[in-house]
Design a protein around this ligand. Sequence first.
Ligand code: GDG
Length: 736
Amino acid sequence: MSKTIIVSNRLPLQVQLNNNDLEITPSVGGLATGMKSVHKDGDGIWIGWSGLTEEELDASLEKKVDAAVAKENCAAVNLSQNDIDNFYYGFSNRTLWPLFHYFMEYTEFEKDFWESYKRVNQKFADVVIEHLEDGDKVWVHDYQLLLLPQLIKEKKPDTSIGFFLHIPFPSYEIFRTFPWREELLTGMLGADLLGFHTYDYERHFLSSIKRILRLDVKFNEIIYHDRIVKVDSFPMGIDYDKFHNAAKQHTELNSKDRSELQQRLDDHIQSSEDTKLILSIDRLDYTKGIPNRIRAFEYFLNKYPQFKEKVRLIMLSVPSRSNVPQYQLLKKETDELVGRVNGKFATVSWTPIWYFYRSMPFDNLIDLYTSADVALITPVRDGMNLVAKEYVATRTNKDGVLILSEMAGASKEMNEALIINPNNFEGIADAIKQALEMPKEEQVSRNTILQKRLERYSVEKWAMEFMKSLDATKNLGQVIVSKKLDNSIQQEMFSEFKQAKNKLILLDYDGTLSGFQDNPQNASPDAELLKLLDNINDLPNTDMVIISGRDKETFEKWFGLKDYSLITDHGVWLKKNDRKWEALERIKTEWMENIRPILETFVDRTPGTFIEEKKYSLAWHYRKADPELAQIRTIELNTVLTSLISNNDLSVLKGNKVIEIKSSSVNKGRAASRLLSAKDYDFIFTIGDDWTDEYMFEEVPEGSYTVKVGFKKTKAKYYVKDTKEVRNILSKFTEN
Ligand code: GDG
């Protein structure tokens, strides 16, 4: 039976070592809950780090850990202290975390961290592959494992792989600063489905894909080699019932069964009739906007002094990554700010901020959520923020007000909260006042809508939706319908080639024999290619013809001394072996005078584009332009040209990042058919990468070998990956 393998940096377990004995406690976090249904499905298995380093474990303990986690359907990836320092605290938390949260000044681009990140992702891949069987699905989580999807796909191409990013994906302008950006993106593209919390993150990611990898994106699908990678947003939910039911039980507790914390909270609540509690809970992280929250609260007390001695801010800050320097600085800053505000405003009976720097058991969390009149959640960047959702879920009477930063992913789906900009103290102070004075009916009506959504789109639903979408990627259709020119087809082809008497080999040049250059002038043939072409040209009973959109002057310069057959300008000129150039078509060129100025206006308005002037055609190249701007301009240009070309017997060819305008009566197909009518060939091989080569594929007879270079829609029967593969196959024609 097929299973789902979940992979995350940490296992959903706490493994503790007590005097050589292991203590395993399953963790109760949101992710663990959401994954429960997926994890229990079939023989589901969860792969991750146990929390103990290789240095802490000898061989026998390691075995014990393996056995103990296996009981919980988990498998451990072993990491050394060095891995944790460089991969986890280093690259994950000193490079990716700050960069993806727009803290560029905190981002460290360290080569050693990167090397360790690659090594550890490979360690994860090895464990995944060890457990992977045919038909299994893999769901990889979060920024620590961005390279993992590709590492798995390389070894197991048929596996369905999903990836979910729990933090924001930053805008292209931020992401582009990252030195290893191509590797990171291609690592992610190993997945079949990439999930983000919000549409904005999805959009940022696609923008980087288009600009950095220059891949084609259609709506939310990326064409990547011969695969389609789907990208979508799945806003993560919470275990609604767990929080809601715990809150219900909490309200039914006798006063003597209430926790010590609850009793202290009650004391405050009962101290005066109009007293109010404002709550914030987060890991002590610079993304969570803790200092500006304290400053905004101070601003509020100054602006609205009537709330002094009535309102208290309870801040629960959970220690996090405390060996990363910025977190230590933040701790110091927070301590000082709390001290300053309390020092400034406190009275005998009132301290404005209660600050807890620790984590609390779940029941205390419920004490806090249910006692707070207002939740003040002010991150400067946050992938989602589950605390905001948990607060709303615990409001069993539907009262309470959520103030939420627009920089948290959660704000996108929690419109009924009071949405604030965390840098606008004026706005925050006013929102706090509005929250404290909000009529009960309004609170109820806002929370009713919020709760309904949270209940419906729970974390379990989130996980199910993701898996459903991953399954659906199987039906995305194929990028290409042609077959790979694999070894067995090649064998057949070469044996036909050997037996044939009259053979034709038709070769496109750019993108087929030679790779693309930013400037077409730089694509002259290298020595290796010339040698290869010489060898093919010398084959007995074989006509080799290079057929290209290039002009005859360029080909004359490159191949003038060779006795190759050449067709240039898309089929205007033919040079047969040693003979002179002969015009195949009579071509008018007067139209160029009208079209050139139009193209020039597009060049002026589209940086990175240029015009290539050929004898019989004009080409507008946009390979180096911004892909989105180029997309708009190509549509514009097409519209402009459509009205002009019909009167002039012109056609517009859309090539690979180029638009070419030329006379309609010329194309590679017509040129090919002239060759075919001149001789009776019993073996035909034709290869090209471009739209213009499709004419050729159409024209040659049924049994010919038509081959497309690259993974594109084509009329050719077969495809090969790239120019390297082309050369490799061509060289086989000359063997034996
Ligand atoms: C990352 C992204 C995204 C907190 N203190 C205690 C405690 N918690 C629990 C909360 C909540 C969770 O921790 C915190 O989740 P957040 O979503 O608020 O934030 P991150 O930890 O930064 O999580 C974030 C999330 O991944 C999921 O994709 O939303 O944007 O940064 O569940 O209840 N739990 C207990 N004691 C505490 O003291 N028991």
